[in-house]
Design a protein around this ligand. Structure first.
Ligand code: NAP
Ligand code: ZN
Length: 352
């Protein structure tokens, strides 16, 4: 028996433009959850992949890895969810289940992880993401959306939210008021501000222009705002930050940002520069500074950020769009012309 036929929006080539695409999902396995997609967030990684900018893209590619939907069918062995539950899927739909990372519950670092789209599933089929009417996902890679959260609000937490949360989680409960820097105020950055504030940190936004100053300070609750091209402002703020969450999706020189860190300060790279980044060794050596990468978060952390968000009554700033606006929305995202995350109303869109 063939699996269910679905319709999504796919990129066909490196222009990255999306258009309707129909395909078949696998048959529902015993541990699978069948999800009717309601909302799906739009991440800059979608754009990198649609345009074949990071690693090789297989077309057609249905992007989308901030998926919230309703359970419509369950495999015979799924006990954790019921039909009608609100659930989420992030960047991953599989991993080997046997390696050190998998056994340590950091399956995002498994060398055999399977990405939500542009991956190959265990049955040999390409994986396709959430810009689609339905998905089938193994229960281990499904999380529960807390009742308090609306599905559209929850969507950006499944990638952007957990990406900001995972490196910051190490500071939870330290009781210290840390000086945080959030570099790049986009989808990931604005959630980073909210999470760092909710952890009690003093938050400085570092932005490429002055345009978002007022919003950052007044609506997002940041404590300070720096424009990275303003040398005097940057110099005055030197040696002050405990960490910086770097979300910039483009090539950017690290020197001026490293100078903002205190001794032993940490730069968490989460933004993906399509070209190699550069820094001066002495900038690290003389201040015992650290540069480290961080990739999304584990399934456990994904559930944690959803629960944390609900418990702290946080809200994300999103713009809801229909699928036929998605190409325009990516174009606007590229110009940083979104406050701060697009979320596609998939179920409310005509997908054909
Ligand atoms: P986004 O919404 O486009 O936000 C990026 C922000 O960076 C922009 O709003 C802008 O903020 C700043 N920026 C953009 N271009 C810049 C440039 N040329 N120089 C300096 N600053 C620039 O993107 P996003 O969805 O938040 O994703 C950010 C990056 O994180 C992407 O590379 C994405 O692939 C990556 N990502 C990584 C992970 C992970 O697990 N590591 C997960 C999700 C996303 P200002 O206007 O404030 O300057
Ligand atoms: Zn593994």
């Amino acid at each position: 028996m063939e699996g269910r036929r679905v319709v999504g929006w796919a990129a066909r080539d490196a222009s990255g433009l999306l258009s309707p695409y129909s395909f078949t999902l696998r048959k529902t396995g015993p541990e699978d959850v069948v999800i009717k997609v309601l909302y799906c967030g739009m991440d800059h990684t979608d754009l990198h992949q649609m345009r074949n900018e990071v690693h090789s893209t297989n077309y057609p590619l249905v992007p989308g890895h901030e998926v919230v939907g309703e359970v419509v069918e369950l495999g015979s062995e799924v006990k954790k969810y019921r039909v009608g539950d609100m659930v989420g899927v992030g960047c991953m739909v599989g991993s080997c289940g046997r390696c050190l990372s998998c056994n340590s519950n950091i399956e995002q670092y498994c060398n055999n992880r399977i990405f939500t789209y542009n991956g190959i599933y265990k049955d040999g089929r390409p994986t396709q993401g959430g810009f689609c009417s339905a998905m089938i996902v193994h229960q281990k890679f499904v999380v529960r959306i807390p009742e308090k959260l609306s599905p559209e609000q929850a969507a950006p937490l499944l990638c952007a939210g957990v990406t900001a949360y995972s490196p910051l989680r190490q500071f939870m409960g330290s009781g210290k008021v840390l000086n945080a820097g959030i570099l790049g105020l986009g989808g990931v950055g604005h959630l980073g501000v909210k999470i760092a504030k909710a952890m009690g940190h003093h938050v400085t936004v570092i932005s490429s222009s002055d345009k978002k100053r007022e919003e950052a300070l007044q609506h997002l609750g940041a404590d300070a705002f720096l424009v990275s091209s303003n040398a005097a402002e940057m110099e005055e703020a030197a040696n002050n930050l405990d960490y910086i969450l770097d979300t910039v999706p483009a090539l950017h020189p690290l020197q001026s940002y490293l100078s903002l860190l205190k001794v032993d300060g940490k730069l968490f790279l989460v933004g993906v520069s399509p070209k190699p980044l550069q820094f001066d060794a002495t900038d690290l050596i003389l201040g015992k500074k650290n540069i480290t990468g961080s990739f999304i978060g584990s399934m456990e952390e994904t559930q944690e950020i959803l629960d944390f968000w609900a418990e702290k009554n946080l809200t994300s700033m999103i713009e809801i769009v229909k699928m036929d606006y998605v190409n325009k929305a990516f174009e606007r995202m590229e110009r940083s012309d979104v406050r701060y995350r697009f979320v596609v109303d998939v179920a409310g869109s005509n997908l054909e």
